[in-house]
Design a binder for this molecule. Structure first.
Ligand SMILES: Cc1cc2nc3c(=O)[nH]c(=O)nc-3n(C[C@H](O)[C@H](O)[C@H](O)COP(=O)(O)OP(=O)(O)OC[C@H]3O[C@@H](n4cnc5c(N)ncnc54)[C@H](O)[C@@H]3O)c2cc1C
Length: 381
């Protein structure tokens, strides 16, 4: 059996690894000229963590994960509101969960799959035709490839979805925020090694995350419910964050030297069906839950694992396997989408009272009795 996978992100690489484990050949088609690195820090747990354990990559993921030593919340003027220490952070995330740089998670998957899949970089999908026997795919390098299954794992702005399911505007639900993330060359002196500093003020959140090995991520997430001009990331961040002090000027200065910048709207993908015949969408292309839910990479790896399980359980019946798979994964994805939509309202509140209330659960978590309860409930089980 053979699959063509569009996209070598977390979803695409995890799918290739899982399909290799059930004896399939895979061709991965990636638009970028080479493997991408960097990214932001993600919390990886739930069905993704369980899947990573089954797929045999958990030890490598744990080796690349990092622990935040202190999470410090700041006011708009840069002064300290309150902080969570290592034990409290661990109690809020639970034992079967790690924090890892997105690029490191992708690198572990890439290393696990690189000898078992063909990866064609700098290539995209241009046309698809399918019948009862196979799916035929035309690629931008002019080649035509035939497979049993085509998997669109090409992210939020999926070209596979646009070609086979319809235009992007039919699927994207804009959650009225924007995000910009990039790596900093240097850790600002005000951020201790291993610590995360975060500031929220009048509809704007910013954070600098020290992720180990002297790597640091700058994160900006802000409300965009009033029309924002169409401008480049530097101009927009300067306009929105330019009045703030603390480490913000230093982080903004780092933007100029950043290798790559992730800059996008925060949008969910709401698709009534994830498959059509021998074509299936997986990962953000199918169900993007957004960073508000903090679960996209976990769902991508968990969804890839389940796809392999259902394909193995339905030999010779691809549509049957895809329907069974969707029935298992959709409830979890929709639950996380609902969570993401709830978080939207409190993520970067414009109103100071709402901001105070949204931080209250974290403040309470710093109280020893609450922390002891959470440790018993989430860590010791
Ligand atoms: C700021 C931020 C914070 C986040 N935090 C968390 C978190 O804490 N926990 C968590 O679990 N998740 C988190 N996520 C979500 C998580 O990163 C994604 O859900 C996850 O990476 C799955 O992505 P994917 O592989 O489906 O898509 P992507 O990562 O977008 O990968 C798609 C791949 O397809 C390629 N591609 C695109 N178009 C084409 C094309 N036409 N042809 C060929 N290739 C193409 C791209 O180059 C890319 O390599 C966060 C996301 C953001 C933005």
């Amino acid at each position: 059996m053979r699959a063509i996978i569009i996209g070598a992100g977390i979803a695409g690489l995890a799918t290739a690894l899982r399909l290799h484990q059930i004896g399939w050949d895979t061709l991965i088609v990636e638009r970028a000229p080479a493997r991408r690195g960097g990214g932001y820090a993600v919390t990886f747990g739930g069905i993704g963590y369980d899947a990573a354990e089954r797929m045999g990559i958990l030890p490598d993921l744990r080796a690349k994960s990092f622990e935040t030593t202190e999470l410090v919340y700041h006011k708009g003027d840069g002064s300290r509101r309150f902080a969570l220490d290592r034990a409290t952070i661990a109690a809020t995330t639970g034992a079967r969960s790690i924090t890892i740089l997105r690029g490191d998670l992708e690198a572990v998957l890439y290393d696990a799959v690189r000898d078992h899949a063909t990866i064609r970089f700098g290539t995209t999908l241009t046309a698809v035709a399918q019948d009862e026997q196979a799916v035929r795919v035309t690629l931008s390098d002019g080649t035509i490839e035939t497979a049993d299954l085509l998997i669109g794992a090409d992210g939020l702005h999926s070209a596979t979805r646009a070609l086979l399911f319809g235009p992007e505007e039919d699927f994207l639900l804009d959650l009225d925020h924007r995000v910009a993330v990039f790596m900093l060359e240097q850790r600002p002196a005000a951020i201790a090694p291993g610590a995360t500093g975060t500031l929220s003020s009048r509809g704007r959140t910013a954070a600098v995350i020290s992720v180990g090995d002297d790597r640091n991520v700058a994160f900006f997430g802000y409300r965009a419910d009033h029309a924002l001009p169409d401008e480049d990331v530097t101009t927009q961040l300067e306009r929105i964050y330019g009045d703030l002090g603390w480490v913000i000027p230093e982080a903004l200065a780092g933007l100029e030297r950043a290798d790559s910048v992730y800059f996008d709207t925060i949008s969910q993908v709401v698709a009534p069906s994830w498959s059509s015949g021998r074509v299936v969408l997986l990962g953000d292309a199918a169900w993007c839950v957004t960073l508000f839910a903090g679960y996209g990479s976990s769902l991508a790896v968990g969804g890839a694992d389940r796809l392999g399980t259902e394909l193995a359980a339905h030999p010779g019946d691809i549509p049957g396997a895809l329907h069974a798979w969707e029935a298992v994964v959709r409830p979890e994805a929709e639950r996380k989408q609902r969570l993401g939509r709830r978080v939207k309202g409190v993520y970067a509140p414009a109103n100071p009272l709402l901001l105070w209330l949204s931080l209250l659960p974290l403040r309470l978590a710093t109280l020893p009795p609450v922390r002891r309860y959470m440790t018993r409930r989430f860590i010791k089980g």
